[in-house]
Design a binder for this molecule. Structure first.
Ligand SMILES: [Zn+2]
Length: 479
């Protein structure tokens, strides 16, 4: 795509982590049987009236403040009218010309020339989700599930400040992390808590006016967004280079074929006949309440990284890894505080703990080894109660049983053996079993010490005190 520049803006819908829906008390729990989390309000039965969920307002405000937005003291709910079978009211309650918050930004890193990339956040507004149409092929039928109807969302609209698919991906990852750290959403794309639409256009390098954009929908992963952007950008550039023009339209991404195709719907905001929702008063937020929300914001990911680097003296790579999710960061911090050695704690969490979680696909929140118990195990290694090798075996048993390390080490016979007679016994057996190696060691091949020590460790199931053993072997096999 030489000579062409991609221009991207993103619209992200994020489900707020509330117990109840935006305008009624129905549960938002994922995975309930179809049409069980419904009531007259979200079914749009005649005469039912919406009541705004205060917790949804708190979470939306927290998100907006974390994205550096100005939260407005007055915002207005509006009806966005359209017909769709999964929208029983015939309109969606959203916000239009007076949204909750505007004018924020997200910093997402640096370009190749080291200039910082700051993506503007145009607006954050509150709205409700629609239901879901379920299309069955055999027998051919469409069913409607209204469990999601009325689930509270925020829509986060960015400025067209991204210049590549990678920048769009970076923005989404930073945004997701911020929302997760703020505790406002589960941010799972699989469960539909996070949905992304992309506006993309192409222009010649050096141009400052924007080209005609298309909206790309239907991506269900961040990498899907990146691939869809590349494909749509290439399509636009080919069109423009051939002397054609780009039509402003909605394109649907098909992840299985890696293609985009035009959607049949074409609508502008005028088609929705927005008007203020007569059933809800304007949302009025006191300025001291907004100030308190700002004051009470949880620690942002960037602040946590800075603090980890300073308080625990960790390198950039370690900090990135350990702060990937707030739950992992909490876990690490609990281990480090209880154990006292930040670096050793980091090595264990990044090594054994992450390897374990990766193997099972588990989240750290479900991990059976409590931070306090991992800290005790690291204390046992430091105090010489177990060897490093045995500690790994103790850890493996802790993962499956959830038992504390002292109990595991005792029960499994993994406590370190530094009894001279026992060590000498194992060593003599190993020398007898490896006469050639012992002889070569005796005549000066010191590198064979590793082989012999390894054999003793194996025989002792990792319990032999390696320090004592090293001293003992050079004593026993003097040349
Ligand atoms: Zn309801």
């Amino acid at each position: 795509m030489n000579g062409w520049e991609m221009v991207v803006g993103l619209e992200v819908h994020c489900q707020l982590k509330t117990q109840g829906k935006a305008f009624c008390g129905c549960s938002t729990a994922y995975g309930a049987p179809p049409n069980t989390n419904v009531c007259p309000v979200c079914l749009a039965l005649p005469g039912a009236l919406p009541v705004l969920n205060g917790h949804a307002v708190e979470l939306a405000t927290t998100a907006a403040l974390a994205l550096n937005c100005t939260v407005h003291p007055v915002s207005v709910f509006a009806r966005k009218n359209y017909f769709y079978p999964d929208l029983p009211k015939g309109y969606q309650i959203s916000q239009f010309d007076q949204p909750l918050a505007t004018d924020g930004y997200v910093d997402i890193g640096h370009r190749a020339d080291q200039s910082p990339i700051r993506v503007g956040v145009t607006r954050v507004h509150m709205e409700e989700d629609a239901g879901k149409s379920v299309h069955d092929r055999y027998p051919a039928a469409t069913a409607i599930d209204l469990n999601r109807a009325g689930v509270p969302l925020i829509e986060i609209v960015s400025e067209p400040d991204m210049r590549s698919a990678e920048e769009a991906g970076a923005y989404l990852r930073v945004l997701k992390q911020v929302l997760e750290y703020m505790g406002v959403s589960d941010v799972g794309m699989e469960e539909g808590s996070l949905r992304v639409d992309a506006n993309v256009s192409a222009r010649r390098q050096g141009e400052t006016t924007l080209g005609t954009k298309t909206e790309v929908k239907n991506m269900n992963s961040f990498s899907g967004v990146e691939r869809a952007l590349e494909v749509e950008f290439a399509r636009q550039v080919a069109l423009l280079e051939a002397g054609g023009t780009v039509q402003q339209q909605t394109m649907l991404w098909d992840g299985s074929t890696g293609q985009v195709r035009p959607s049949r719907t074409k609508e502008g905001s005028h088609d929705y006949r927005y008007f203020p929702e007569p059933d809800l008063p304007p949302l009025v937020l006191a300025s001291d309440w907004i100030a308190k929300m700002r004051h009470d914001l949880p620690e942002l990911p960037a602040d946590r990284r800075t603090r980890f680097a300073k308080d625990y003296q960790l390198g950039e790579y370690d900090v990135e890894l350990l702060t990937a999710s707030p739950r992992l960061a909490d876990y690490y911090e609990a281990v480090a505080r209880a154990h006292g050695d930040a670096k050793a704690s980091a090595n264990w969490v990044m090594g054994e703990v992450l390897a374990q979680l990766k193997g099972t696909g588990e989240d750290i929140a479900q991990f059976r080894v409590r931070p306090q118990d991992l800290a005790s195990l690291l204390g046992m290694v430091r105090d010489g109660v177990v060897t490093h090798t045995a500690a790994k075996q103790v850890f493996a048993r802790m993962v499956t049983t959830g038992d504390p390390p002292a109990q595991v080490a005792e029960r499994e016979g993994l406590v370190k053996v530094d009894d001279d007679a026992q060590l000498a016994g194992w060593l003599d057996e190993v020398i007898a079993e490896h006469p050639a190696e012992a002889e070569r060691y005796r005549s000066g091949e010191k590198k064979l010490q590793g082989v012999l020590i390894g054999a003793v460790m194996k025989k002792s199931k990792g319990r032999a005190d390696p320090k004592k053993l090293n001293a003992m072997i050079s004593e026993r096999l003097k040349g």
